[in-house]
Design a protein around this ligand. Structure first.
Ligand code: ATP
Length: 599
């Protein structure tokens, strides 16, 4: 047991993340007036002890104190409440309510994807939390399944609770940028964050869209061998609709994943739209509900006043985001070209050296390296490297998958550092055979060919839109027709039909890669027929029986035709008479032979 301040005792590690370690802890005595929740002696809490490098960073400590009021006042049924902030010596810690349940990432890994209805209702609650925080001017910036805890997941009720609010803000430190690390998860990074453009609450909507996609398919839409590849796909690729996804749900996802932040819906509209979709795609939906769901696009109006993320360039002469990306729908034919006119990065003029916590590409080594906190592409080594942030960036060398040797480009080295650091936050799946929770005899479904690269993955076996299990909604008991209960997310089927190995998300560093082809089972050769089709005549085989009957009939006919039987029957003589006559005849004949000689 380790004391944290005078008020708390750390008891057991609950988990480790990129920014710190979370402990189960016990309250020793009631906290002071500075805490949002004083608590009672003996009460159990969760405490996130931030990493030493964060705690040792004066800037982080300042932010920690500055954010205190924001973090402590953020209360919502779907947000894990921060009760207290502890700053003591080298220690920075957040005291939170203890949530007794797995995080969504683990839940997804252990139970497989959600049905569309359940996924919509769960994400609607997350959108509720985002709406509340955005209204308070707080942007999460690191939305992902690992940051959603499921309260009561083992019981009848399940409530998603968003955690790690403000951690990205705390980690927003020049100290971190000096060590070339970042806070954020490539699979969930919004295009504007990847490019270092001004960020608004729309980055959370993008994260919610990725999360929703992952909930229904089991993996995020953009994967790749390297972080850079994933980022480029966020920037340049349009997500593809999985074939099994109901159209209304896809409409919502597609709108959340728009490259242009101003085209994404507000969190409030997103929550409302998802509930309409959930009501309209379930098996019990009325025609009116189904129709309303099909028209969901009309509900997805953007936020007229999105919350801005401080230090990411808003109102500081930042380039208009609409100028950074090509016209809507144009995409980036041929892949991301950082040297092209559409990817000239803005001069955001943020505070000198203030790192963007979600920046995922490092600052170049030029003389002004680090001067522009939002610059995300390297400035090269030329004399003017980094001097003019508005000039076009040097060509981005293609990053061969897996290349990170000594001669690697500085980005690659830095991305590797970030990747190593972010290991805990990656989306990682277990092979069912390695998963102790699944270790029992399983019959495997017939293997299917692996989805091609870039294709949306096939979801786990599900029955169309039909819900599997009753939901575990916030404060609701499961309903028999959960899709008609706006707050009733449905649970994904536990222990569904075993998933073929190739459909299981494969472990990887940053995001699930397209499924690796499973070892193909040789098709069973067609059954060979023997030369003699009647293998066991007469032994239970119909054909054998018929054959035997035929033999008997033919045999009887031959006996009838070619023996004197017919005559005997006609003469009316008995069998024994005839036989006796034969014997007498033979005896007479023998006697006649021996007669003359015997005389
Ligand atoms: N309030 C809480 N109550 C119970 N468990 C928690 C709480 N907060 C976090 N945890 C658990 O601790 C683990 C680590 O949490 P943490 O937020 O550090 O992980 P992470 O989200 O993967 O990391 P990061 O967001 O820093 O990249 C999580 O898996 C979660 O299950």
């Amino acid at each position: 047991m380790r004391p944290v301040g005078s008020k708390y005792l750390l008891e057991e590690v609950l988990g480790r993340g990129a920014t710190g370690t979370v402990w189960r802890a016990r309250q020793r005595e009631a906290a002071g007036a500075e805490a949002a929740v004083a608590g009672q002696p003996g009460e159990t809490v969760a405490i996130k002890v931030l990493k030493e490098e964060l705690a040792n960073d004066a800037d982080v400590v300042m932010r920690f104190l500055r954010e205190r009021s924001v973090l402590l006042r953020l209360t919502h049924p779907n947000i894990v409440r921060t009760r207290d902030l502890v700053v003591e010596g080298d220690l920075l810690a957040l005291v939170m309510d203890l949530v007794d349940g797995p995080d969504l990432h683990r839940y997804l890994r252990e139970n497989g994807p959600f049905t569309p209805v359940a996924a919509a209702l769960l994400t609607a609650q997350i959108a509720d939390a985002l709406a509340a925080s955005h209204a308070d001017g707080v942007v999460h910036r690191d939305l992902k399944p690992a940051n959603v805890l499921l309260a009561g997941a083992d019981g009848d009720l399940m409530r998603p609770m968003l955690t790690d609010f403000g951690i990205a803000r705390l980690a927003d430190s020049p100290g971190l940028t000096r060590t070339h690390e970042f806070v954020g998860t490539p699979a969930y990074v919004a295009p504007e964050s990847a490019e270092g453009r001004p960020q608004t609450s729309a980055v959370d909507i993008y994260g919610a869209g990725i999360l929703l996609y992952e909930l229904v398919t089991g993996r995020p839409p953009f994967a790749g061998a390297t972080a850079l590849e994933v980022l480029h796909r966020h920037l340049s690729e349009e997500p593809r609709r999985p074939t099994t996804l109901p159209e209304p749900l896809w409409t919502v996802i597609e709108r959340c994943l728009r490259k242009r932040p101003e085209e994404r819906p507000s969190a409030e509209n997103l929550a409302r739209a998802l509930r309409v979709v959930a009501a309209g795609v379930g098996v019990h939906a009325s025609p009116q509900q189904a129709e309303a769901a099909l028209g969901v696009g009309a509900l997805l109006a953007p936020d007229p006043e999105p919350a801005h993320v401080p230090g990411t360039g808003e109102g500081t002469g930042a380039a208009d985001p609409t100028q950074v990306l090509p016209p809507a729908g144009a995409g980036y034919p041929g892949g991301y070209d950082p040297n092209g006119a559409t990817s000239v990065l803005p001069s955001t003029g943020g505070p000198h050296g203030a790192g963007d916590p979600t920046r995922v590409l490092p600052t170049g080594p030029g003389p002004a390296g680090g001067a522009d906190p939002t610059r995300v592409m390297p400035t090269g080594s030329g004399p003017a490297g980094g001097a003019d942030p508005t000039r076009a960036m040097p060509p981005v060398p293609p990053l061969p998958p897996g290349q990170d040797g000594d001669g690697a480009h500085p980005w690659q080295t830095q991305l590797r550092a970030a990747r190593d650091r972010n290991d805990q936050t990656e989306v990682r799946y277990l092979d069912p055979s390695e998963d102790p929770l699944r270790r029992r005899p399983q019959r495997r479904a017939a293997p299917q060919p692996p989805a091609p690269q870039g294709q949306p993955p096939q979801p786990y076996p599900q029955q169309g839109y039909a819900p599997h299990y009753p939901p575990q909604p916030q404060g609701y008991a499961p309903q028999p027709q959960p899709q008609q209960q706006p707050y009733a997310p449905q649970r994904p089927a536990r222990r569904q039909a075993p998933v073929p190995r190739h459909q299981e998300p494969q472990p990887q560093r940053y995001a699930p890669e397209p499924p690796a082809p499973a070892p193909r089972r040789e098709p069973r050769p067609p059954r060979q027929r023997g030369a003699n089709p009647m293998r066991i005549p007469g032994l239970g085989c119909l054909k054998g029986c018929l054959f035997m009957v035929l033999l008997l009939v033919v045999g009887s006919w031959l006996v009838w035709e070619f023996t004197p039987l017919k005559d005997w029957v006609a003469d009316g003589r008995g069998f024994w008479d005839t036989t006796w006559k034969w014997v007498s005849d033979v005896k007479d004949w023998v006697s006649s032979l021996g007669g003359p000689s015997g005389k």
